[in-house]
Design a protein around this ligand. Structure first.
Ligand code: XMP
Length: 520
């Protein structure tokens, strides 16, 4: 059930050479109303045969086309009769396989912003402004073009910034059109996707709900589905879609791990049980989670314990629902993309992520993942379309391990109670004023560092509450944001006066990187 809009055929296949911006290319294409899919070079021909795309985009990548470990892509991709756009490394690969020559770094590497000189403003560069800014980031460069190619644009030391063999439909950009720094990059992608490749612009996440619902119905047949509901956007939208498809044969399980925010469990019950009339079982496992977390202070150990218990609790529940052979999950496209980064390399583990979608496959159930070809913003669009309230669809991300990653050191019920109250105040003050529209996350953190204060006329020696407010596009990077002075003042006053356990409220002014959004 992975194909959009009812079946294979059409769209853009993006070959990931290990680019930092590969997902961005996929999103830009979808924003044009055209379905896109990412694959790794080794599987490109296989995916091509299955997908039958209207165009191929070759992404950038960190290697040199001459390196012994350069990604292997079957040059037959150029013989399929569809237009090909090479970006950065993709252009160099294209040049190398069409009789051109690529020379290594030093001899003219370019990084950062540079000016584009448009040589031919028709077709692919139609509407692209001469002297507009483009974003370069490359070591190697094309030194000579193969037969049939012409130059459409130059930039400073780069004579082959935009090239094309119009007859064969091969295009190349030495810079990155997908990043915001390239002023007319969107126009170039649009020209390639809609005019050169003539892709159908019929991809819209809002109008695919019915296709998704039909696909779930077909997959599940008369069977039953168990779904771990976290109350987050992804599992909630997945639940509503699956519920539309199979009604009471969907069984939702919500695990209360004792690490939830104020009102979270009640909110899930009110929406899914009372409003949608779903079969929802709430499992109160808080004793077990908090019991096993007792005395544990190491962040990674905490995360691992929480992830393990969640799986055990959920597994036991799923097995009780004996008729259910299917496991519903809110898995998103970024979790399943066949990217080079995901496939290998020794990327260091910053944090062991845990969420409801991270269940092991050995549950021996067939997965039902209606969102697995969608990006987060597309899932939000579907959620709105399905009538989910804005409070849920637009809510801030909340990590699988819950308040545990915001309650530093050993977790105790008393600390959690203080944190929960402080977090409620932060949310109330920001959301009432509608200040959260441009924010990614806004929450409180409990820091078990005692400091002296005075409350009433008495000396207190209590912990620190930290306010964390960040903006971000995708959580990969984040900026701290400053709230208006009066709002900060009110949040601080309320926390110090209404919440037990804090002698001080501090503001976190760290960006990511080097800090992370969550504290643990
Ligand atoms: P960091 O703290 O790594 O967080 O900058 C990036 C984003 O991921 C969220 N987060 C998690 N989400 N399970 C999740 O589902 C997790 O274990 C987890 N840890 C962090 C975090 O809230 C932020 O949006």
């Amino acid at each position: 059930m992975s194909e959009p809009n009812g079946g294979p055929g059409g769209g853009v296949l993006i070959v990931d050479f290990g680019a930092q911006y590969c997902q961005l290319i996929a999103r830009r294409v979808r924003e044009l109303g055209v379905y896109s899919r990412i694959t790794v070079p080794e599987r490109a021909m296989f995916t091509f045969a299955h997908m039958r795309p209207d165009a191929v985009i070759l992404s950038g990548g960190p290697r040199s086309v001459y390196a012994h470990d350069a990604p292997e892509l079957d040059a037959a991709i150029l013989q399929q009769g569809v237009p090909v756009l090479g970006i950065c490394y993709g252009l160099q690969w294209l040049a190398q396989h069409t009789g051109g020559e690529v020379t290594p770094a030093q001899a003219g590497a370019e990084y950062g912003r540079t000016e584009l000189q448009v040589v031919d403003a028709t077709g692919f560069l139609a509407g692209v402004r001469d002297r507009s800014t483009v974003w370069m980031s490359h070591g190697d460069k094309v030194a000579r073009l193969g037969p049939g190619f012409q130059v459409l644009g130059k930039s400073g030391p780069c004579p082959f910034a935009v090239v094309a063999d119009r007859k064969r439909g091969f295009y190349g950009l030495q810079f990155h059109p997908e990043v915001a720094h390239t002023e007319d990059g969107g126009r170039m992608l649009k020209n390639f996707v809609l005019d050169v490749a003539r892709c159908r612009a019929d991809w819209h996440p809002g109008n695919i709900s019915e296709t998704k619902i039909a696909a779930v119905r077909e997959l599940v047949g008369a069977g039953e589905v168990v779904l771990g509901l976290s109350g987050g956007v992804d599992s909630s939208v997945a639940a509503v879609l699956i519920h539309r498809a199979i009604g009471t044969r969907l069984h939702c399980v919500f695990v209360d791990n004792g690490l939830l925010r104020h009102g979270e469990r009640q909110g899930v019950e009110a929406l899914f049980r009372d409003h949608y009339h779903m079969d929802l079982e709430v499992v109160d496992a808080s004793e077990r989670f908090l019991g096993e977390l007792k005395g544990v202070t190491d962040p990674e150990q905490k995360r691992k314990i929480i992830g393990r218990i969640f799986v055990e609790v959920f597994r036991a529940k799923a097995q009780q629902k004996r008729g259910a052979r299917f496991l519903g999950q809110g898995t998103l496209y970024p979790d399943v993309i066949e990217s080079v980064a995901a496939h290998g390399g020794a990327t260091s583990v910053i944090k062991s992520h845990h969420n409801v979608g991270g269940l092991p496959q050995d549950l021996d159930m067939t997965l039902v993942e209606p969102l697995r070809d969608l990006f987060k913003d597309e899932v939000r669009t579907i959620g709105r379309e399905l009538g989910l309230p804005s409070a849920l669809v637009d809510r801030q991300p909340f990590p699988g391990p819950g308040l545990a990653v915001r309650c530093l050191g050993e977790i105790t019920r008393a600390k959690l109670a203080s944190l929960r109250d402080a977090d409620r105040i932060v949310r109330e003050e920001i959301e009432q004023r509608d200040l959260h529209r441009n924010l990614w996350q806004w929450f409180a953190v409990h820091v078990p560092q005692k400091s002296v204060g005075v409350k009433g006329d008495a000396r207190v020696y209590e912990d620190v509450c930290v306010l964390r407010v960040v903006s971000s596009q995708d959580a990969m990077t984040a900026d701290w944001e400053l709230l208006p002075h009066d709002v900060l003042k009110r949040i601080s006053n309320r926390i110090l006066n209404e919440v037990k356990g804090y002698a001080r409220v501090c503001l976190d002014i760290s960006s990511k990187p080097p800090a992370t959004i969550e504290w643990e």
